[in-house]
Write a protein that binds this ligand. Structure first.
Ligand code: AMP
Length: 272
């Protein structure tokens, strides 16, 4: 993989990497399309990274359909599908981890304590293996974007992270491989996330500046849906991810909510 990418770079191509865990939907395909439009060589990595799953999470059940994924990537004119086995990525006595501090403490990092260490470690490895100039990440995983941006800056990776907008279903539900865990009833109920985020965004537009009041409104709105079980609701600074008492600069409204066995995340950025 590294030889191919290095050869392409030497020949003058920009290498673009789209890291994924597979089971593609339009969200993944939108990243591939953007990479295809901007890069001479597009690499899609498909790796269900064991180090970013905690005990009791869905590593063993994570949905997969490799043949379908390959066909979808080929239809987007992806050049390389890089799909290594876990044993090829991690030596049996793997000992080195990338720990991005502070920004990983809140939101998903609070309920999934080892998650972002696993993410940063595997993305650092993918950067070293695939040698991209650009890497494409979706804003659905907003905290992940901020973690990787911080790692790129702090460890001087020669990679530009390209932020890509959230792709949604018609009813506003953010596309996610984990939506396949939802029953029909849970899938309908999940639309409460986007509706509640938009409601909270409107309250800010109308002049509400109290972060805690917005968070309370957001939580109350989500909890009108009986199938929703809130993991967290947060109103934070869009860069530092620190809690925002007063909304005076760009704010991130972020939620993680369980519907049955699916834990879904969504967010809205409100410019200050
Ligand atoms: P995953 O396979 O879930 O790890 O996602 C791989 C990449 O696709 C990540 O950068 C995600 O943020 C991005 N992604 C996942 N769902 C969406 C979506 N609905 N819209 C935009 N990007 C997404």
């Amino acid at each position: 993989m590294r030889e191919e990418a290095t050869a392409a770079s030497r020949a003058g191509a920009i290498v673009g990497l789209v890291p994924t865990m597979g089971y593609f939907h339009e969200g993944h395909l939108s990243l591939m399309r953007k990479a295809r439009a901007e890069c001479g060589m597009v690499v899609v990595s498909l790796f269900v990274n064991p180090t970013q799953f905690g005990p009791g999470e869905d590593l063993a059940n994570y949905p997969k359909d490799f043949a379908r994924d390959c066909a979808l990537a080929a239809a987007e004119s992806v050049d390389v599908m890089f799909a290594p086995e876990a044993g090829e990525v991690y030596a049996g006595d793997h000992a080195t981890f990338v720990n991005v501090e502070r920004i990983t403490a809140s939101l998903c990092g609070a309920s999934r304590p080892s998650h972002f260490c696993g993410v940063a470690t595997v993305v650092a490895k993918l950067f070293n293996i695939c040698r991209p100039r650009r890497a494409y990440f979706g804003m659905k995983d907003y905290q992940q974007v901020r973690v990787i941006e911080t790692m790129i800056r702090d460890l001087n990776f020669a990679v530009e992270l390209v932020r890509c907008p959230i792709v949604r279903e018609n009813d506003g539900v953010a596309m996610s491989s984990r939506n396949s865990y939802l029953s029909a009833e849970e899938r309908r109920a999940a639309a409460i996330l986007r509706r509640s985020l938009i409601g909270a965004g409107k309250a800010i537009e109308r002049g509400e500046r109290d972060g805690a009041a917005i968070a309370r409104q957001l939580r109350a709105s989500i909890e009108t849906e009986p199938l929703a079980s809130v993991d967290y609701v947060a109103v934070v600074d869009a860069d530092s991810l620190e809690p925002l008492g007063r909304i005076e600069r760009a704010a991130l409204l972020a939620v993680a909510v369980r519907f049955g066995r699916a834990r879904l995340i969504d967010n809205l950025v409100v410019e200050g």
